[in-house]
Design a protein. Sequence first.
Length: 108
Amino acid sequence: MALTRDFRETVQARVARDASYRRALLEEAVNELLAGELQVGKSILRDYVNATIGFEGLAAELGKSSKSLQRMLGSSGNPTAENLLAILKVLQEHEAVHIKVKVTREAA
């Protein structure tokens, strides 16, 4: 389902004013990626990048083309693990957070 422009603008406005929402969005993107929901995780990351550092800023940090990064996180993009982890590293630094994976057992 494609997001409407109004919805994206609403998300971007909330990200700009609400640090806890911004961190939760980044956390959700990582959780989706770890759950194997690559399309959802990439979509959330794309929205997060657009609302925060921007693709130009991310490109400058990574020494990559902004268009290449946009394609990686696009619906048909297929970023390598190396590129995806590099993106997450920059976003963690930008947000001043440390993403930590916690292993839990599912109830039987």
